[in-house]
Ligand binder design. Structure first.
Ligand code: 1GP
Length: 252
């Protein structure tokens, strides 16, 4: 039995009601304590929906203590967003079980999953299988280099659509369009719209999103959840404006 901590159910229900979600990404390697406190405080005050925790390469040993620290200070669900099978911890609530379906690297399509399966099977984490699609963001990002895969070209909406369709038909529970952390060009709204029109599972979009306007545009194009890392890390006060953009979509 896969654990149900209510995360995926919550996502599906939000989608049915036409509500949108914002996740703030924490990279355990890049936390500065002062900003962290401020970020947590703003996240609680503005009702951030999830924290994603992970990075393409985590070089410190902070994952457990980071999760414990956040958990102590706030009730926002913690979802692992692992770059590899070393970034696992029982202290989170869930994990995006990412299969890099835009790439042709078998390790990231199934290899790492086989390695982590027994650990996850015993864990209290909710496992959310995710079709992870890397889209060209105009610069070579860590995830591209580390995954040793080519991203889908930014203007090839048809390839993105067919990839997402295949992911959904394989039974993956969400599709994640990722331009890569620090992308110069985030995923285009046209591509989001095309993918949204093709699949019905929840659609997550992230990478290079820096403004509340882009958050709003992505949600309007059909994303169910937007993920923001760098921009909030550099300017935590953006949380308020970005959450305001998300709340615009709440049904009356
Ligand atoms: C989550 O990798 C992104 O999908 C985060 O990207 O750090 O550019 O917001 P940014």
């Amino acid at each position: 039995m896969i654990n149900d901590n209510g995360i995926y159910k919550g996502l599906l229900e939000a989608r049915q009601r036409g509500e949108k979600r914002l996740a703030v990404l924490f990279d355990p390697d890049r936390l500065r304590l002062k900003r962290m406190e401020q970020t947590l405080e703003l996240a609680i005050r503005n009702g951030v929906d999830y924290f994603f925790i992970g990075g393409s390469l985590v070089v410190n040993n902070m994952l457990d203590s980071l999760l414990a620290q956040i958990r102590q200070q706030c009730p926002i669900p913690l979802i692992l967003f692992p770059g590899n099978s070393f970034q696992l911890s029982y202290r989170a609530d869930g994990i995006l079980y990412l299969s890099l379906i835009s790439g042709r690297n078998p390790e990231l399509l199934i290899g790492q999953h086989v390695i982590s399966a027994p650990f996850l099977r015993m864990s209290p984490l909710e496992i959310i299988s995710t079709g992870y699609m890397l889209i060209d963001g105009g610069v070579q990002t860590s995830v591209q280099y580390m995954s040793n895969t080519y991203p889908i070209p930014a203007h090839k909406d048809d390839i993105a659509v067919c990839t997402a369709l295949a992911g959904e038909m394989l039974g993956l529970k969400t599709i994640y369009l990722e331009a890569g952390s620090g992308a110069r060009i985030p995923v285009r709204e046209d591509m989001i719209e095309a993918v949204r029109g093709a699949v019905s599972v929840p659609l997550i979009v992230g990478g290079g999103i820096r403004t509340p306007e882009k958050v709003a545009a992505n949600l309007k194009a059909g994303a169910d959840m937007v993920v923001v890392g760098n921009a909030i890390e550099q300017e935590p006060a953006l949380i308020g404006e970005m959450m305001a953009a998300v709340k615009e979509f709440q049904p009356a």
